[in-house]
Design a protein around this ligand. Sequence first.
Ligand SMILES: C[S@@+](CC[C@H](N)C(=O)[O-])C[C@H]1O[C@@H](n2cnc3c(N)ncnc32)[C@H](O)[C@@H]1O
Length: 228
Amino acid sequence: MLQSARIESTADGSPTLYIPELDEHYHSVNGAIQESKHVFIDAGLRPIAQKSKNISVLEIGFGTGLNALLTLLEGKKLNLNIHYTTLELYPLPLNLAEQLNYPEVLQTKDENLFINLHQAEWGKVVEITPNFTLHKIETDFSKPNFETGNEAFNLIYLDAFAPNKQNGVWTQTVFNRLFGKTIQGGILTTYCAKGIVRRMMQQAGYTVERLPGPPGKREMLRAFRPGG
Ligand SMILES: C[S@@+](CC[C@H](N)C(=O)[O-])C[C@H]1O[C@@H](n2cnc3c(N)ncnc32)[C@H](O)[C@@H]1O
């Protein structure tokens, strides 16, 4: 699927990938960094950090590693201990990841962190910094028993390709499984705002909010597992 992937620039000056076969971008063309910060950091990581300094994240779709990098950087600022598990069916070749200049756009002091995320071995828990461990799992999360390593997470980033691009991925079975992996009081956040997705989340047991979306998108969804 990645043979024809190409890097494109988005409106905030950060890059994303475009897959011609799916006619799909990895991020919003209105701003890749802007979208990831809005949906995953501001609507997910920051609120969870107010409840706990020890955070276990499950990401669906490691892709460019942008969410992982932003989470690592924000975790440093907020003094968090983060265990980050990420699932990916189509890992990017390293030479493609090396061309994504997120550290430069973000003006991070430690430029190696981004490439360290990509170089971390798949299937192993790797310490990227003393406060951030990464577990990349090559798996198909649409399969009923997708592998997630840890049993439960207080934060889930649902960042798969859009429902109209991937049949069989945004299903009730997947949401039921994700609900079972969310600890009470935990959050699942996604850029997707579709009514059918919101109803599947509710059916699984989540309480769901519609929040203003990032630039170019009216709404996004945030789901809580009640309790905790
Ligand atoms: C919208 S992109 C976002 C990726 C990433 N979060 C980022 O910031 O670049 C969706 C990602 O989900 C991955 N993906 C698609 N189908 C999948 C599946 N069935 N199982 C696991 N990962 C999948 C894609 O390869 C891609 O990396």
